[in-house]
Design a protein around this ligand. Structure first.
Ligand SMILES: Cc1cc2nc3c(=O)[nH]c(=O)nc-3n(C[C@H](O)[C@H](O)[C@H](O)COP(=O)(O)O)c2cc1C
Length: 209
């Protein structure tokens, strides 16, 4: 699908057709396409839990403002932002460095330099670590939505959720934050999709101080 068309056609669709499934191959394709999203130092501080099971979606709905689309959509992704991806021994951090050594972008002796740099880009306070995890997960999230649209599917992001409730219900370790959920499926065509929402104009977006 042409890029601008995908941007225009992507909508947060409130209603999913519960009779239409999304295959595991489609989910894999969407996640792999979205994995091309950029991230600071390529640390990719995101993970997802794929929720397809009906009973699990019921549990998720209970800790996410009782939003009906969670149980109507065939699949809901719990998107996670990793607040600890800067740590030595973290699998992504270690792979990131190893890949850079492999491509010649870094030398083995630069390991401690890179560890310090990764620590620094994540920031020193819990708020900064949270910001790093969630801003990068946001780039991944937008990519997931466009990849879904490109695959002929619809989606709906949700941050109306009780983060601690979701973490408890799905045994999510404390290093993660849950910036949003993403329902993916087929828009229920028996419902009316609201007209495209307003957007700030160029002049409202561009500021100077
Ligand atoms: C991070 C994020 C969280 C959102 N959370 C919710 C939500 O919990 N419930 C909901 O109904 N809509 C939610 N939305 C959908 C927005 O209201 C919607 O994207 C916005 O109004 C623009 O409409 P559009 O996506 O159709 O262009 C969320 C959107 C984003 C990006």
């Amino acid at each position: 699908m042409e890029f601008k068309e995908a941007m225009k056609q992507r909508r947060a669709v409130n209603y999913f057709d519960p009779t239409k499934d999304v295959t595991d191959a489609q989910i894999k394709d969407i996640i792999e396409t979205a994995s091309l999203a950029p991230s600071g130092f390529n640390l990719q501080p995101w993970n997802v839990i794929v929720v397809k099971d009906k009973a699990k979606k019921e549990i998720l709905r209970k800790v996410a403002w009782d939003q009906a689309k969670i149980t109507e959509a065939p699949v809901v992704l719990i998107v996670l932002g990793d607040r600890e991806g800067w740590k030595k021994d973290h699998s992504t951090f270690e792979r990131d460095f190893a890949e850079m050594v492999k491509t010649g972008a870094m030398k083995k002796e630069q390991y401690n330099w890179f560890a310090d740099a990764a620590k620094s880009i994540y920031g020193t306070t819990p708020d900064q670590k949270m910001a790093f995890a969630c801003k990068n997960a946001g780039f991944f999230g937008m990519s997931l939505m466009l990849a879904a649209k490109n695959a002929g599917l619809d989606s709906h992001p949700m941050d109306g959720l009780d983060v601690e409730g979701v973490k408890k219900a799905f045994n999510i370790p404390d290093q993660y934050w849950v910036p949003f959920l993403l329902a993916i499926g087929h828009f229920d065509k028996s419902k009316t999709l609201l007209p495209a929402k307003w957007r700030k104009s160029y002049n409202e977006i561009v500021v100077s101080f």
